[in-house]
Design a protein around this ligand. Sequence first.
Ligand SMILES: [Ca+2]
Length: 307
Amino acid sequence: MNKQLVLMDHDGGVDDYLATMLLLTMEHIELLGVVVTPADCYVQPAVSATRKIIDLMGFSHIPVAESTVRGINPFPRLYRRDSLIVDHLPILNQNEFLTTPLVKQTGQDFMVQVLREAPEPVTLMVTGPLTTVAVALEKAPDIESKIAKIVWMGGALNVPGNVEKSLEAGQDGSAEWNVYWDAVSAAQVWETQIEIIMCPLDLTNNVPVTSDLVQKMGKQRHYPISDLAGQCYALVIPQDYYFWDVLATAYLGRPELYELREWETEIITSGISQGRTKIVSGGKRILAMDKVDKDAFYSYILQQWAR
Ligand SMILES: [Ca+2]
């Protein structure tokens, strides 16, 4: 059986590492590399933690690349410092040396090269802003035909965004952070013909990280990956935390657990709704994950991390 080719582009938040850990357990997928976009993180510890996770999971042939793109609205420092914490978790620091390679090219150039060299179109699994994708497409428009689809954690369609009005002066609260970091790039990707399957807040709001589930990860502690997942979620359990990036990524493993729905949308790039994914008749047709079998999803991740 030919494996499905995937290139991951994450942005270094706690659930980005967990999404990477989930993707690496999927046997039908060949992961061609991981690009780290410098958004919800400090990029050096985020790149380092990513390489350590890939080492720990025994896939140290998979290259990691650091994207050097820029956003417009920085993520709050309180979110970004989680990258530093994860990079220092004891289970990720048992070895003297890192084996997983960090490529010399920038993440955006690496994305271009991987797509050009791939024998067939590649699925992009994006759990951060779309900036690296947009910059890669701008540098090399020919890669558009090598992108099978983009599965993306992003957007808020019929629910409020998560860019809080109190935090970001002048905003109306409709934007989701991955769009808001750089709505111009998201809009550029919207202008392409690439199929987009997005996991919006409409769905993730229904799938919280529960205390019960984190404790179940602990009960599987003889499995190092479940232990690491539980440690990561323990960090964020005082906040309202949802399976954002992990829920989006699980779609690649168990698409049958999801119902998709088509919408016509546009990205608002300026003004008080900057970063909003707005439903507009005549806009780009995208597919949004609309429903998920939550219990089956919870069981799936527990089972995948039991290793
Ligand atoms: Ca993310």
